[in-house]
Design a binder for this molecule. Structure first.
Ligand code: AMP
Length: 114
């Protein structure tokens, strides 16, 4: 999608603080971090959100989680703990309509989330 900000990051049209890239997945630091570690893991292919995923996307969804898990371990968070979040739709506060997994860590987290 030409005007999708995360598609533009995935294409390399605009800069982001990238921490991972392969043919299918890109990860970068959130521009407005909510924790000492706050990264976003996205597919290169445009998919508006988890609600739009179908059975053909199951492997891709698994890979998003695997990359997030591996980045958490790289950041030394695997022993401390961390949170993976996918916001879907208005009431969850999704602001970018290109599916992304938030990796948050480096501070204690409360539950339930706000
Ligand atoms: P969500 O509210 O779940 O849709 O999350 C979107 C996230 O994208 C927010 O945490 C924003 O801070 C982040 N974000 C938006 N634009 C950029 C950008 N250009 N680079 C990095 N993170 C961004």
């Amino acid at each position: 999608m030409a005007d999708c900000i995360f598609c533009r990051i995935a294409r390399g049209d605009i800069d982001a603080a990238e921490v991972y890239r392969d043919d299918e997945i890109v990860a970068f630091r959130d521009i407005n971090p909510q924790a000492p570690v706050h990264m976003l893991v996205i597919p290169v292919a445009h998919l508006t959100g988890i609600a739009a995923a179908d059975d053909d996307d199951i492997a891709l969804l698994g890979k998003l989680l695997k990359v997030a898990r591996d980045l958490a371990a790289e950041q030394g968070l695997d022993k401390r703990g961390y949170r993976l979040v996918i916001n879907q739709g208005l009431e969850a506060g999704q602001s970018v309509d290109h599916i992304h997994v938030h990796l948050l860590g480096g501070r204690p987290m409360r539950w339930p989330p706000g």
